[in-house]
Write a protein that binds this ligand. Structure first.
Ligand SMILES: N=c1c2ncn([C@@H]3O[C@H](COP(=O)(O)OP(=O)(O)OP(=O)(O)O)[C@@H](O)[C@H]3O)c2ncn1[C@@H]1O[C@H](COP(=O)(O)O)[C@@H](O)[C@H]1O
Length: 107
């Protein structure tokens, strides 16, 4: 179990996006703009789906990590805070009333 969160990754992405470090993939990707980043999200989503259908857990793990990373970069490029996405997910959970039940049950 790791304590690393999407919020941690989001902070790293924000710092790398702000940097002028030419060796940073995040910096380079941000420079290409939202359309290119959105294309990468689409590609990574397809690769994730293919890995899931193939049933290869290791491949799926890697592709899902690529997808989440690129999705966070896309949100950053469009100035949509990750916190807003999490708040929307929380709102949906609150609507169903399942949050309390889930916290009482083991994973
Ligand atoms: N999580 C990631 C991450 N996941 C995937 N990738 C990069 O995403 C790229 C995807 O590879 P592809 O083959 O699909 O794309 P490509 O051919 O390199 O590029 P395109 O021409 O298709 O755009 C690879 O270069 C990976 O290194 C990531 N790059 C960075 N991070 C995180 O971002 C942090 C900052 O990275 P830098 O910005 O590089 O310092 C790192 O410490 C990581 O935490």
């Amino acid at each position: 179990m790791t304590g690393f969160t999407l919020t941690d990754l989001d902070r790293i992405i924000a710092a790398r996006a702000r940097s002028e470090d030419e060796s940073s993939y995040t910096h380079k990707l941000m420079g290409k703009g939202p359309a290119k980043i959105a294309q990468k999200v689409g590609e990574e989503a397809v690769e994730t789906a293919i890995a899931a259908v193939a049933g290869d857990a290791r491949e799926l793990t890697g592709e899902a990590a690529d997808l989440l990373y690129h999705l966070l970069v896309l949100l950053k490029a469009r100035d949509v805070p990750l916190a807003d996405v999490m708040a929307e997910l929380e709102r949906r959970t609150a609507q169903t009333g399942l949050e309390e039940k889930a916290s009482r049950q083991p994973d």
